[in-house]
Design a protein around this ligand. Sequence first.
Ligand SMILES: [Ca+2]
Ligand SMILES: [Ca+2]
Ligand SMILES: [Ca+2]
Length: 446
Amino acid sequence: MVKKRKWSALIMLVAMLASLFVAMPSAMAATLLSEDFEDSVANGFSTEIGAFSVATDGTKVYATSSATARSYAGNSTWTNYSVQGKVKVTSWSSTTSYTAGLLGRYTDSSNYYLFVYELGELRLKKKAGGTITTLASKAYTFNLNTWYTFKANMSGSSLAFYVNGVQELTATDSTFSSGKAGLISIAGNESHFDDIQVADIVTASSYDNAVLADSPVGYWPISTSVTTDQTGHGMTGTYTGSPTATTLPNGEAAVAFNGVDQYMTIADNDYLEVTRTGIITIEAWMRPDVLEFPHAESSGYVHWMGKGTSGQHSWVARMYSYTNTENRPNRISGYSFNLSGGLGAGSYFQDTVTAGQWIHYTLVINTVNTDATYTTGYTKIFKNGVLRDQDKLSDYSIIPGNGTAPMRIGTRDLNSFFQGAVGKVAVYDYELTPAQLTAHYNAMTQ
Ligand SMILES: [Ca+2]
Ligand SMILES: [Ca+2]
Ligand SMILES: [Ca+2]
């Protein structure tokens, strides 16, 4: 009993410390549109007035060929998002009236926000019912034949205008809450646009902030619409099939896979390997929705996440069906492999599982922290932030390699499929402490 009280005191202390480190709300991004014009097609863009065509200016760009030109793209339901694009003007055809830049929350030809360079100034304006109002402005040196990266942020009534990564103007306005993204050029002779990107602004939750504060090298708070890696390492996932939306214990989004043919793929990357630093921690919330998996492999298990194909094996997260030929009812495990595959070194927990109940899963593979027992390193598995098992890599002579397989969620290599949900997948290049993992667990459940 004394020991248990100590534990709860420790957990409370950890939770208190964790609450001190909760960062201010930060933004995460999910790409809505990305267009570099390299296929000579301005996919999804519609010209409202004037003329645009794809031209060559180093790379393929979107160029105006009329005095007044506006083009828009996207969805009228886009609400909180950023639109970014490179803008370059070769010459102005007027000295008294000229404009170039981006449009946001475009509703129709009489209603939208403008984030533009105009008459020697950067200007954040709105056109409402055809009437233009300047919300903010400042003098700016905008050189001809020079690329500038414009970015417009629209979140609620907060508007911000960035040029080359510097926030230049802000304004508060609630006239338009949603609309498409667009481009504008008036008296640009000619104006070039390139690398147009629109990204959803997603507010990071306290759970996301707890994870991001521990510096993951990959973080996917996956939902049916969010597949982007939130660490900035660009490891965007791609769904095969359409897993359905579901929610985590804290009400945030996750996805449920059908156990037949749905999964997410993330391309091979050194950040997903043990080999980059010699250590990897793989963390996810997983929720088996059945106890007998209809699409199992071998003795009766599914690989619900992993990085491995024939001859290119790195690591895997596994769950056994209740019934399997190795008498491992609903064992949940994780393994490290030699590239060649075969038997892996791994750790597990084997508890009574309730279908539909979320489990916080963490697998550690560590080849750096060696000692007399773990001569070449170990695997560890944590359930709900608690260490449950540790095993020697030397038991199966495992020396992790740098394979070419993609990482997949919902399956490893299409030989079995997980029927259940997965959310908040994170990869770290160091071993998280039990205190860090407990803090993550508490951030989800308290
Ligand atoms: Ca281009
Ligand atoms: Ca294109
Ligand atoms: Ca690799």
